[in-house]
Ligand binder design. Structure first.
Ligand code: NAD
Length: 263
């Protein structure tokens, strides 16, 4: 299948490692111009260089923090200056910290809202005028399976990612007349550096080996293993692409079957 992404201009935030980086690299393999963002300029430059190697097209690295309005404006502004249009925005950021409700402060709730919800709001606000002028565009939010099935101890994610889901669903209707599709992809347990860190943390605190911690997670996953970042990236790239031109407003779970609900 030709996804129709050759020479398209794609922004992927939080892309110096993990799901964001894997997604940027898959867009590059499809021949897109990729603008990547993260806070760590050195790792980000390496990710952009990998994109250029894979695509044979110019890529762009814009260091910045997606919780800061000025940085978001710069990410979008530099992409427009360099490539003149924006076809795809993938909103992604680091995950909010784990914690039970009784252990979380209001300050932690506010920080998580900035990181998970308001970063997406700011990024989408910044690209929509361009996409409306183009009368085309595609926005995909990397969200979480916690939208459909809460995970004990991930209180902030369980609550705030639903707001992102509501935003995506609302925008899919509001922006459809401008030729803009808005979707989200919901990762389940997918192996990244962050997940490796979580496994190591749980092992150290639970007196288990990392393999035992992993087995306790994969027991609940019908496919019996963690996902690969490339598998999540493939879903994002497809749903963002012109090949998915009639798909808008979906929350596509990529979770090895872990969500048991029917919808
Ligand atoms: P990761 O920690 O491996 O990578 C996160 C990336 O975000 C890094 O590049 C980091 O530099 C960047 N980043 C963090 N805060 C940022 C900020 N304020 N501004 C710009 N860049 C920032 O995480 P991951 O596993 O790739 O997960 C990505 C997202 O998907 C997270 O929100 C995570 O909670 C969510 N998620 C992941 C999984 C999983 O199993 N990997 C499952 C469900 C949801």
């Amino acid at each position: 299948m030709n996804l129709g992404l050759s020479d398209k201009v794609v922004i992927v935030t939080a892309a110096s490692r993990g799901l964001g980086k894997a997604t940027a690299l898959q867009f590059a393999r499809e021949g897109a111009h990729v603008a990547v963002n993260a806070r760590d300029a050195e790792r980000l430059a390496a990710a952009a260089a990998e994109c250029e190697t894979l695509s044979g097209k110019a890529a762009l690295a814009v260091a910045g923090d997606v919780t800061r309005q000025a940085d978001v404006a710069r990410i979008v502004g530099e992409t427009l200056d360099r490539f003149g249009r924006i076809d795809v925005l993938v909103t992604n950021a680091g995950g909010p910290p784990a914690g039970l409700f009784t252990g979380l402060s209001v300050e932690q709730w506010e920080a998580a809202c900035q990181l998970t919800l308001l970063s997406a709001v700011r990024l989408i606000q910044a690209v929509v005028p361009t996409m409306q002028a183009q009368q085309s565009g595609s926005i995909v939010s990397i969200n979480s399976m916690t939208v459909k099935q809460p995970i004990p101890g991930l209180t902030l994610s369980n609550a705030i990612r639903d707001a992102v889901h509501g935003l995506v669903k609302t925008l899919s209707q509001e922006l459809a007349a401008d030729g803009i599709r808005v979707n989200s992809v919901l990762p389940g347990w997918t192996r990244t550096e962050r997940v490796d860190e979580i496994l190591a943390f749980r092992a150290a605190n639970g007196g288990l080996s990392e393999a035992e911690v992993e087995a306790s997670i994969t027991r609940d996953i019908p496919l019996g293993r963690l996902g690969r970042a490339e598998e999540l990236a493939n879903a994002v790239v497809f749903v963002a692409s012109p090949a998915a031109g009639y798909i808008t407003g979906v929350a596509l779970q990529v979770d090895g079957g872990m969500i048991r609900g029917k919808l």
